[in-house]
Design a protein around this ligand. Structure first.
Ligand SMILES: O=C(O)CCC(=O)N[C@@H](CCC(=O)O)C(=O)O
Ligand SMILES: [Zn+2]
Length: 328
């Protein structure tokens, strides 16, 4: 049964590829953690949708949300009207409740990836699956990669828009606003995340969506995610998603990426600094044995994803400034 898929996948007992039928189409399990919904008939608003969760293993709310969607499909409360690829990313990390096991999966989505190991291997599998999925389906391409953040946030639900040449279509802002996304962070350079992969290599409308704070399974408040669930349901059904004026969404652009460059690295802001906290010119944000001090200059900066506990060479924070909303 479709609703078993999530539990079997999480406890490691899903037994290879299999298929099943639903009233409105069928589902195909391609590999562990990779499920495709195939509509009997693709509706006129259908996108070829990738919905991914668990790219970081401790980010459980999006996995619970996917479980909800599958239960509604199985109960016949939701029909499949679009091709949809549902991905659970880092299965060993989900099973152990860790962000990652050896290295951060969400930095490995590049075709010239040279690293070896479990997470690089999973990144290759996911890239090949996404390539084949978009190659099979002619509909407009879309990818929402669902996450939760380590810190509290001035805007608990926000979108990260990957850097890339593909323009974001204005309806995306209306859909995300209706899904109660409160802020958007435009990336200023390539980031080799999963959503960036779909945008960069497949010209998809693609975002990383931060849907609250990291919590253990069972501790999430899915009530706050009902508007997001409505958006995902419309995408699966191939119907037009709810839309609202994005006038209340706040837009930021990354100005600098703060990298950890040495063992001797510390953030100078409190560990629990909520995302989008603003720091005035002159504030020392970090010190690094190799790179020196990072001090806010020119204009105040908002700190997003502060994390001193990253690998050397990895991002320890994004530093952003508020920007004008994109033109409609
Ligand atoms: O809260 C944090 O520090 C991290 C939350 C998270 O996993 N964010 C994503 C953002 C991806 C992007 O930049 O598009 C990540 O760090 O991979
Ligand atoms: Zn994440």
């Amino acid at each position: 049964m479709l609703s078993d898929w999530l539990n079997l996948t999480l406890d490691g007992s899903e037994s290879g590829a299999r298929e099943g039928r639903l009233a409105s189409g069928r589902y195909v399990i391609h590999r562990p953690g990779i499920l495709e919904l195939v509509p009997q008939e693709s509706r006129s608003h259908a996108n070829a949708c990738v919905i991914s969760a668990g790219i970081h293993g401790n980010e459980t709310a999006p996995i619970e949300l996917v479980g909800d969607l599958l239960a509604r499909l199985e109960a016949g409360l939701l029909a499949i009207g679009a091709p949809v690829l549902i991905i659970l990313g880092n299965l060993p990390a989900i099973r152990t409740g860790q962000r990652f096991c050896t290295t951060n999966l969400n930095r490995l989505f590049r075709r010239d990836l040279a690293e070896e190991g479990d997470e690089p291997q999973r990144a290759r599998e996911l890239m090949a699956t996404v390539d084949a999925f978009y190659g099979r389906h002619p509909q407009p391409r879309l990818h929402y990669d669902l996450h939760t953040a380590i810190r509290d946030s001035r805007y608990p639900r926000f979108a990260v828009e990957p850097f890339g040449d593909t323009a974001t279509r204005p309806e995306q802002w209306r859909w995300l606003a209706a899904a109660d996304i409160q802020a958007v962070l435009h990336q200023h350079q390539h980031s080799w995340t999963f959503s960036h992969y779909s945008k960069h290599y497949h010209q998809a409308q693609a975002f990383t969506l931060e849907l609250g704070k990291v919590r253990a399974f069972g501790d999430n408040d899915l009530a706050t995610l009902q508007p997001m669930r409505a958006l995902l349901e419309a995408l699966i059904a191939g119907t037009e998603p709810p839309a609202t004026d994005p006038g209340n969404m706040i837009f930021f652009r990354v100005a600098h990426e703060l990298m950890r460059e040495s063992e001797d690295f510390a953030l100078c802001v409190p560990d629990e600094t909520p995302n989008f906290t603003r720091f005035e010119v002159g504030t020392r944000l970090a010190r690094d044995g190799k790179a020196g001090d990072c001090i806010v200059s020119d204009a105040p900066l908002a700190v997003v994803f502060p994390n001193a506990n990253v690998e050397i060479g990895a991002r320890a924070a994004l530093l952003a400034r508020e920007t004008r909303p994109p033109d409609d």
